[in-house]
Ligand binder design. Structure first.
Ligand SMILES: Nc1ncnc2c1ncn2[C@@H]1O[C@H](COP(=O)(O)OP(=O)(O)O)[C@@H](O)[C@H]1O
Ligand SMILES: [Mg+2]
Length: 268
């Protein structure tokens, strides 16, 4: 309060630029979300807003609920309680609106999930053609651009089996981008990869981040979380325990749980 009164007469938006930014509607808004699998509570009263262009790292031990949260945002799982808004709209139950939502929010999985019998380019054109009704020639032209963007212009006609894990994951990213999503969710996109190809995927993700894509990234790559992401969200046992600006989180975590987690994963 005292700080704002030090610039008397200035319009509110000049005095409080950060508040002005916060008042713009989040692209993804998770409010009071709980999720039960039978008696087991996988998500406990989760609140998380992600603004346009924001890149958020979601970290935490195995079983803490990170994948479940992503799957709820993309509506691959139903939520038990609370609400999730995408661009101000509540998640639809099913049908056409749900298909549209799924294309608004793209998802990249640990296990690529490419269709093995389809060439790279056909994996990328499938969604736009089937879901959006984009004509073949247009879908292919766009797919070639996207494959070029992920560094795979020369692999358009390759089957997934002929590609390395890193290349397959980059095709999966191109496929997600082909739906022109408003946001992308990544669930441990490099965890299944050989160490030598992890960086080629992280490089593509870094470029997307720099180009302004809104991203929620479940990752164990702490360098990426620290240097590319705007914010780190730390989950444990179905709860968000702590969140903050990466440098502050990694150098001075506040909670004992985050301290214990970081002491296990950061190099000695
Ligand atoms: N379909 C399911 N049925 C029952 N339990 C599940 C299901 N999916 C996840 N869980 C449980 O929910 C918890 C959180 O899982 P998950 O979201 O996959 O964690 P993380 O991605 O952080 O490793 C785990 O205890 C897991 O066993
Ligand atoms: Mg997981």
């Amino acid at each position: 309060m005292e700080e704002t009164s030090s610039t008397p007469g200035a319009p509110a938006e000049q005095r409080e630029p950060s508040r002005a930014r916060q008042s713009s509607e989040p692209l993804i808004s998770v409010r009071g979300v709980t999720k039960f699998f039978g008696d087991f509570q996988a998500l406990k009263d989760i609140d998380l807003d992600i603004h346009r262009g924001e890149v958020v790292a979601l970290i935490g031990a195995s079983g803490s609920g990170k994948s479940t949260l992503c799957r709820c945002v993309n509506r691959l799982e139903t939520i038990t309680d609370g609400e999730i808004l995408i661009d101000g709209e509540p998640l639809p139950e099913e049908g056409k609106a749900l298909t549209a939502l799924r294309s608004d929010v793209g998802m990249v999985f640990q296990s690529f999930n490419l269709f093995p019998h389809l060439k790279a380019i056909d994996n990328v054109t499938l969604g736009p053609r089937k879901v959006r009704g984009v004509p073949k020639a247009e879908a292919e032209a766009q797919a070639r651009e996207l494959l070029e963007r992920v560094g795979l212009a020369d692999k358009a006609d390759s089957l997934p089996a002929a590609l390395s894990g890193g290349q397959q994951q980059r095709v999966a990213i191109a496929r997600a981008l082909a739906m022109k999503p408003k946001a992308l969710l990544f669930d441990e996109p490099t965890s299944a990869l050989d160490p030598e190809v992890i960086n080629e995927v992280l490089d593509v993700m870094t470029e997307l981040a720099q180009q302004g894509m809104t991203m929620l990234v479940v990752t164990h790559e702490m360098g990426f979380a620290r240097h590319v992401c705007d914010r780190v969200v730390y989950m444990d046992q179905g709860e968000i325990v702590e969140e903050g600006e990466p440098e502050a989180f990694f150098t001075a975590p506040r909670s004992d749980r985050a301290k214990a987690f970081l002491s296990k994963i950061l190099p000695h």
